[in-house]
Design a protein around this ligand. Structure first.
Ligand SMILES: *[C@@H]1O[C@H](CO)[C@@H](O)[C@H](O)[C@H]1NC(C)=O
Ligand SMILES: *[C@@H]1O[C@H](CO)[C@@H](O)[C@H](O)[C@H]1NC(C)=O
Length: 295
C-alpha cells in the first residue's frame, strides 16, 4: 500500500535531515546550544537531593507544570529550583505543597496525559530571572511544520552527564500520522501529543529534559516533553511532548480551586551538591521515559 503523499514528503524531509545533517559543532542537550542566561525565566529544575531529575515550567506565582512520570519519588524528597542557569549553583528552591496528577494519567508503558501540576510552598515574586509562562490561547494542538524550541539540563551525550549550563534546541512539529505509523512510534501517539524533530541528526532532547516546556509561540507553553527512545537521537523514534492546549481547562480549574496561599515559608537556597550522593557522571535518577515500541 502506498503511503499518502504528505506522509511521504515528511518522511523524505526526515531522511534528508538524516543524510545531510552532520553537525560539526560541540553537542549539547544533545546537539543544542547554551541558552542566554535567564532568557527563559520560566524554566524550573525538579531535583532530588540536589540532583536534577526533570524540567518544568512556572505557570503562575505558585504553580509549576511538569510531566507526571517525573514524580516517582515522594514529594517531600523533591525540590523545585527556580531562576537557575547553571546546574548546581545556588538558586531559589521551593518545597512542593501539593501535587495534582492529571486524573487520566496513564503511566508507562501506555504513557498518556503525562502532566502534573505542582504547587510551590510559597509564592514567587516575579523578577528578571523568575517569571511565569502563559498558557496557550485556544485548544488547538500546534500544527505540523510549526517551529518550536525547548530547553533543558538533560544529558548532552549518551552515555554522558547532565548539562551544566541550560541548553536549548530548535525543533519542528512532525506530521502526527507519520509519527504514529509503523516505521515511527507504531500506534503509541495519541491526538494530544506533539512529535518533534530537530534540523539535523544527532540533535535531540535526552534523559533529564522531560517535563520541560516546548515553546512554539513566544510567551506561551505549547507542550511538555514526555518521552523518546532509549537512543535519544534515533530519528525513527522522535521526541514526543504532551500538547498543553487541550489541557488548559483542567489546568485552569486546578489553579482556580487551589487559590493563592498566604506567604508562609520563605524559600531556601539550594546548597546540596548533587555529587554528594551521586557521582556527577550520569546522574542516574534523571527521567526521560523511553517509549515502548514494537519493532
Ligand atoms: C495512533 O495509532 C493508534 C493505533 O492504531 C490509534 O489508537 C491512535 O488514535 C493513533 N493516533 C493518532 C493521533 O491518530
Ligand atoms: C542512535 O541512533 C542513531 C540514528 O539512528 C545512530 O546513528 C546511532 O548509532 C545510535 N546510537 C546507538 C548508541 O545505538
Amino acid at each position: 500500500m502506498e503511503p499518502p503523499q504528505s506522509e511521504m514528503l515528511l518522511l523524505l524531509m526526515v531522511l534528508e535531515a538524516l543524510w545531510t545533517g552532520g553537525n560539526t559543532f560541540e553537542t549539547h542537550i544533545i546537539g543544542g546550544r547554551d541558552a542566554v542566561p535567564h532568557s527563559r525565566p520560566y524554566m524550573v529544575s525538579l531535583q532530588k537531593s540536589g540532583c536534577h531529575q526533570c524540567g518544568g515550567v512556572l505557570l503562575h506565582q505558585n504553580w509549576v507544570l511538569t510531566a507526571a512520570h517525573c514524580l516517582t519519588q515522594p514529594t517531600q524528597q523533591l525540590r523545585l529550583v527556580l531562576g537557575l542557569h547553571v546546574l548546581g549553583e545556588p538558586s531559589l528552591t521551593y518545597r512542593i505543597r501539593k501535587m495534582v496528577l492529571h486524573p487520566e494519567y496513564k503511566p508507562a508503558p501506555h504513557l498518556e496525559n503525562d502532566l502534573a501540576l505542582l504547587k510551590l510552598d510559597g509564592k514567587v515574586k516575579p523578577s528578571k530571572t523568575i517569571l511565569p509562562l502563559a498558557l496557550p490561547q485556544g485548544r488547538q494542538v500546534v500544527a505540523t511544520g510549526t517551529r518550536c524550541s525547548l530547553a533543558g539540563w538533560g544529558l548532552t551525550h549518551q552515555p554522558g552527564q547532565m548539562a551544566r549550563v541550560l541548553q536549548e534546541l530548535d525543533l519542528r512539529v512532525l506530521d502526527i500520522r507519520m509519527c504514529n505509523n509503523s516505521r515511527f512510534w507504531h500506534g503509541d501517539i495519541s491526538p494530544h501529543m506533539i512529535c518533534l524533530a530537530a534540523d539535523s541528526k544527532g540533535q535531540a532532547p535526552c534523559k533529564g529534559d522531560s517535563g520541560g516546556p516546548v515553546v512554539c509561540r513566544r510567551g506561551q507553553v505549547a507542550g511538555i516533553l514526555s518521552f523518546s527512545s532509549k537512543n535519544c537521537t534515533d530519528i525513527f523514534k522522535p521526541p514526543v511532548a504532551v500538547a498543553v492546549a487541550p489541557y488548559t481547562p483542567w489546568i485552569k480549574k486546578v489553579l482556580r480551586h487551589n487559590g493563592p496561599l498566604p506567604h508562609l515559608d520563605p524559600p531556601e537556597v539550594a546548597l546540596i551538591p548533587c555529587s554528594k550522593e551521586h557521582p556527577a557522571a550520569g546522574q542516574p535518577g534523571a527521567q526521560m521515559y523511553e517509549g515502548t515500541n514494537k519493532p
